[in-house]
Unconditional design. Sequence first.
Length: 199
Amino acid sequence: MIKELELRSWANDLNPVLFDINIAMSNLHILQHSNSKKFMVNHHDVYLNLWYQQNFILITQLAKLFSDNKNQKRNIIKLCRQYKSEPLDVYINKLLLENKAKTNNVYKSRQEIINSVNELLIEIEYNKTTIEKIIDLRDEVFAHTDPNPKEHIIKIEDLTKLSILANKIYNDLFGKIFDEYNHFQITEKHDLRSIIENC
């Protein structure tokens, strides 16, 4: 059974992961922007170190979300399976009942949740190649140093797509039940923008 407290605990655990993903994604876009060229030239070693760190954070945290591994206690695919196979506790059912009176985009029934989960799983499958590359990079390059790691090149556009999907999944699996949405992509207070501009 999916319990409200357990679901809120999942949300609390995944929230900082999404926060890291969006800041790292924003920082990679900032570092590759034409305005950062002067910073890259004048502070080359720092620039390369920042680039590596943002990739490290992004790959590690995306792999944490999308890795369908039994050792990964909290991942999106595991939660999707739970939604499809387990009943909802009385407190979640009460929230869904309360949501019926709302006009905004919230779930009003278990069937709506299952329909949404099915759509999300299709999107995850569509991004399977990128997800596999990310997991390989996390396992063979960032988390461990394998002597012969697979060579993967992941375009920033693919990482951006996966980050956007991660935000959507979080807000669909939690926000549409609790009527609480996170705008993780708004990163100005925390990203490298002001530092690069000052340099």
